[in-house]
Design a binder for this molecule. Structure first.
Ligand code: FAD
Length: 395
């Protein structure tokens, strides 16, 4: 079947696709969105019970400015929606050693102070006094930022889709883009594996970690890695409820560990690791948490949250990140395929920016000036950026 008449066809309905769809619709465009579904897609990165929303980005002032604008956006969404999906219980970031210049936490702390945020510095005693679930003495430095927290991410995507449908955005589930349709060297649509054809003035590719399947040229600048996520059921749930507990990072540059307070609906404690991860093909490889991942988790819990050492793991997931080698987003017109715009990448950390992603992507589609877009333009990434190091942008 053929579908036509769209100004913009968005391929992929994760947070990039759904936020762009709403913004472009508000700018007056006729929008179609396709995704294999069901929506939100269970394997999409955006589909999870929660994601960290934080201001801290080391010394990177642009990301902090974007996170500030996003925080305002999350608060506005909370006020406008029937049920708040952003839980602003703060973020605790701690280190095993004293914070030092050049370190992620130190630079984040200094930049946040410089930009007028009020952080509470924590030493070992204050950490375990204020947040009793933490093992006394393991972490000796850090801070608590009362701004930020976490968003119920899968439900946020669901909400954006519902809002989009009210605004006549056409969501087509069970449609998987298989190839681009080109006429006179211009992309004019996509053909799906299911046999349909969708035509539009512009095709906007928002397929996250699947982007390299349709655009193999992106394999030179993007990699897909799987990283483990665990849900545990604490025996003392009250220890993990705000205000005695908040979203946290635990010496994250060195360890990769970050996590969340008890989930308000699921009643679980979610903890995840963002490290080197295992290279995975987003479609071909199985997504299985390995026994050694669980051993590392148990060691971390013994060192950090002793009451969780024997807590049953009730769910595990390997989330496949689609990251650019420099961990920045990739939002631009394809330089060699007119009619095609790509918005993806930098995906270890994009969810928090949901309230500003739509306007970033829409400005790229329209070719409008945007002070933040230069960082995310089409670029060449050297081999040095591809080092197998733990990521700088965790959660
Ligand atoms: C474990 C984990 C933890 C994270 N934690 C955080 C965090 O705490 N804070 C934070 O800010 N960010 C976090 N992130 C990053 C964040 O989740 C991602 O940056 C973001 O969700 C990526 O959104 P996306 O729309 O690009 O991709 P996705 O959400 O993966 O969406 C892509 C969509 O494209 C669809 N698709 C794929 N192929 C096709 C095709 N051929 N045709 C049509 N549709 C297709 C898929 O079905 C999917 O719905 C985390 C990521 C992971 C993996």
């Amino acid at each position: 079947m053929d579908h036509s008449g769209f100004d913009v066809l968005i391929v992929g309905a994760g947070i990039f696709g759904t936020s762009a769809a709403l913004e472009l619709r508000q700018r007056g465009f006729k929008i179609g969105v396709i995704d294999p579904g069901p929506l939100p897609h269970p394997l999409a990165e955006s589909t999870d019970i929660n994601k960290v929303i934080r201001l801290e980005y080391g010394s990177d002032e642009q990301y902090m400015a974007m996170a500030e604008a996003s925080l305002t956006g999350w608060r506005q969404w909370n006020a406008a929606w029937d049920e708040p999906l952003f839980h602003e219980d703060g973020v605790t970031m701690v280190t095993h050693q004293p914070m030092t210049p050049g370190g992620f936490e130190y630079e984040s702390y200094q930049l946040a102070l410089k930009r007028g945020h009020q952080l509470e510095r924590l030493n070992a005693d204050e950490l375990s006094r204020r947040f009793p679930a933490w093992k006394a003495g393991t972490y000796v430095d850090g801070f608590y930022d009362r701004e930020g927290g976490y968003a119920e991410s899968g439900r946020t995507v669901e909400k954006l889709i519902a809002l989009g449908k009210q605004q006549n955005i056409n969501y087509h589930e069970h449609q998987t883009a298989a190839k681009f349709i080109e006429e006179s060297r211009r992309v004019v649509g996509v053909e799906t594996r299911e046999g349909d054809r969708f035509y539009a003035d512009v095709v906007l590719l928002c397929t996250g970690t699947w982007a390299t399947i349709l655009l193999p040229e992106l394999s030179a600048v993007m990699k897909s890695t799987g990283q483990p996520v665990f849900h545990l059921r604490p025996a003392q749930p009250e220890l993990f409820q705000p205000p005695q507990f908040s979203t946290f990072t635990a010496d994250v540059s060195a360890t990769g560990w970050y996590g969340f307070p008890l989930h308000p609906h699921a009643g679980v404690f979610k903890i995840a690791n963002h490290g080197i991860g295992q290279r995975l093909h987003p479609e071909k490889d199985e997504r299985i948490v390995k026994p050694e991942d669980e051993q590392k988790l148990r060691a971390m819990l013994a060192d950090t949250f002793p009451s969780l050492v024997d807590a049953p793991i009730v769910y595990t997931r390997v989330c496949v990140y689609g990251d650019t080698l420099d961990e920045h987003f990739w939002i631009d017109h394809h330089p060699e395929r007119s009619g095609l715009v790509v918005a993806t990448g930098g995906s270890g950390h994009a969810f928090k920016f949901a309230p500003v992603l739509g306007s970033l992507i829409a400005d790229a589609v329209e070719g409008k000036a945007n002070e933040w877009l230069a960082k995310f333009r089409w670029r060449t990434l050297g081999v040095s950026a591809a080092g197998e190091e733990a990521s700088r942008h965790h959660g």
